[in-house]
Write a protein that binds this ligand. Structure first.
Ligand SMILES: [Zn+2]
Length: 389
C-alpha cells in the first residue's frame, strides 16, 4: 500500500521541541529503552568494566541508554537542519524501535540536496564518536572514575556503529539515499535511481534476515532476533518506498478534481433509515452517501451508522438524526493533491471521500478509483510528464 510516510505516526507521543522541530516518541521506544538499559546494566558494563556494584551498573545503564537516545535525536536533527536550510519541510523527528526518523513530507528536490541531507547524519555520528574517543583518552590521562569512563566508552562505540551501519548502501538507510543521490545525479533519472537503491535495500534486508537466522541457530538468540526483525523491516520499507515514488510520479502535483466522479447519488435528510436502506444501500451498494438539502451539502451517512441501529428503529429514525454533520474529515476540497488524498485515506483507513468545490458538493472519490488509475498508469509506464494531456 502507498503512503509509507504515515507508518511512523502510529501511536507516537510528543516529547518536546528542538530547534523548531517536534520530537516525538513511538511507544515501541519505551520497550526498547528498557531493553537497552537492562542489557547494558546486566551484560555489557559488568563484562567490560568489572568489579563495580549492581546499583552503579544500573545507573550506568540508564545514563548510557539516555545518551544513545540523545545521540539519535541529534543525528536526526542534523538531517532536519540541512533539510530546512534547503527548504525541505520536515514535519518532525520520531524515535521508534529501530532508531529515529526525520519525517519528510516531500520528495527531495535535487541530487545535491539529497546527498548533503543524507550524508550529514552518519558524518555527525562518526564525528561525535571521535569527540567521545578523545574525551575517553582525556579521562584515561586524568584517571576519571570507572563508571564515567564506561559510559563514555559505550557512547563512543555506539555512535560509531550508528554512523557506519547507516552508511550501508541500501534504501531507506542514509547510505541508500546517498547511493540514490549519486545515481540520480549520474543518470538524471530519479525513478531508476530509486529502484536501484530500493533493490539494494531489499537485498540488504534479506541478507540481514539470513544472518539473523544463522545467529539464532548458533544460539546467539537476542542479537539474531534483532537482526532478523531489522532486516524484515528494511526489506518492507525498501519495497514500499519504491511504490510510494511511483505514485508520486504518477500524480506529480495533480489535484483530485479530474478523477472525481461528479453527480454522486445524494440522500435527502428527511427520509427514514428504512427508506435509506431499501432505496439507496440495497440499490446502489455504495457505503457512503452525501446528504444534501436544496443542493447544499449538510452531512454524510455511511454504512457504519446504519449497522449500529436496531432494526425496529429503522422506520422511525430519520437520516438527519443519525448523519454526520459537515464540516468533517470525510470531506475534502477538489483542489487537494492526489497524494494528500491517498495519505488521508490510508491514515484514517477510509476508502471513500466526499469532494467539495468551494464548499459545494462536487463528487465522490474512492480508494479503488485511485488504485485503478495507478495500476493503469504504471502498467503503461506513463506519467503526467511524458504524456502531455
Ligand atoms: Zn540518518
Amino acid at each position: 500500500m502507498p503512503a509509507i510516510l504515515d507508518i511512523w505516526y502510529i501511536n507516537s507521543m510528543r516529547l518536546f521541541k528542538l530547534a523548531g522541530f517536534e520530537v516525538k516518541l513511538d511507544w515501541s521506544w519505551i520497550f526498547l529503552a528498557i531493553l537497552i538499559t537492562w542489557s547494558l546494566a546486566a551484560g555489557y558494563f559488568p563484562a567490560n568494566f568489572p568489579d563495580l556494584d549492581t546499583h552503579t551498573y544500573w545507573m550506568m545503564g540508564i545514563i548510557g541508554a539516555a545518551g544513545l537516545f540523545l545521540s539519535i535525536i541529534l543525528h536526526e536533527l542534523s538531517h532536519s537542519l540541512v533539510g530546512r536550510y534547503y527548504g525541505i519541510p520536515i514535519a518532525g523527528i520520531t524515535l521508534f524501535i529501530f532508531g529515529g526518523v526525520a519525517e519528510m513530507n516531500d520528495s527531495p528536490s535535487s541530487p545535491k540536496v539529497e546527498f548533503l541531507m543524507s550524508f550529514i547524519g552518519p558524518l555527525f555520528s562518526i564525528i561525535l564518536s571521535i569527540i567521545l574517543f578523545f574525551l575517553f583518552q582525556l579521562g584515561t590521562y586524568y584517571v576519571w572514575p570507572a563508571p564515567v569512563m564506561g559510559v563514555i566508552y559505550y557512547l563512543c562505540m555506539i555512535n560509531l556503529v550508528v554512523g557506519v551501519f547507516n552508511l550501508l548502501p541500501g534504501f531507506p538507510l542514509d547510505g541508500g539515499r546517498i547511493l540514490r543521490s549519486l545515481l540520480w545525479w549520474w543518470k538524471k533519472d530519479l525513478r531508476w535511481a530509486t529502484s536501484i537503491a530500493c533493490r539494494s535495500g531489499a537485498g540488504l534486508g534479506f541478507a540481514m534476515i539470513i544472518l539473523g537466522i544463522l545467529l539464532i541457530i548458533q544460539g546467539i538468540f537476542i542479537s539474531g532476533l534483532w537482526m532478523f526483525l531489522l532486516g524484515f523491516f528494511l526489506q518492507n520499507i525498501a519495497r514500499m518506498s519504491y511504490q510510494d515514488l511511483l505514485i508520486r510520479e504518477v500524480f506529480q502535483g495533480e489535484c483530485i478534481r479530474k478523477y472525481v466522479k461528479t453527480n454522486p447519488v445524494t440522500v435527502p435528510p428527511h427520509i427514514t433509515v428504512q427508506e435509506l436502506v431499501e432505496n439507496y444501500f440495497y440499490h446502489y451498494y455504495h457505503k457512503l452517501y452525501p446528504v444534501t438539502e436544496n443542493g447544499d451539502l449538510i452531512g454524510y451517512i455511511s454504512f457504519n451508522e446504519i449497522r449500529e441501529i436496531e432494526k425496529d428503529q429503522w422506520s422511525t429514525l430519520k437520516v438527519s438524526q443519525i448523519m454526520h454533520k459537515c464540516p468533517s474529515d470525510m470531506v475534502i476540497e477538489a483542489d487537494t493533491e492526489v497524494t494528500k488524498v491517498l495519505q488521508i485515506m490510508t491514515t484514517h483507513r477510509i476508502g471513500r471521500l466526499i469532494v467539495t468545490d468551494r464548499g459545494r458538493l462536487y463528487g465522490v472519490i474512492t480508494l479503488k478509483d485511485i488504485m485503478n488509475i495507478i495500476s493503469i498508469r504504471t502498467g503503461l509506464n506513463t506519467s503526467k510528464t511524458d504524456n502531455s494531456h
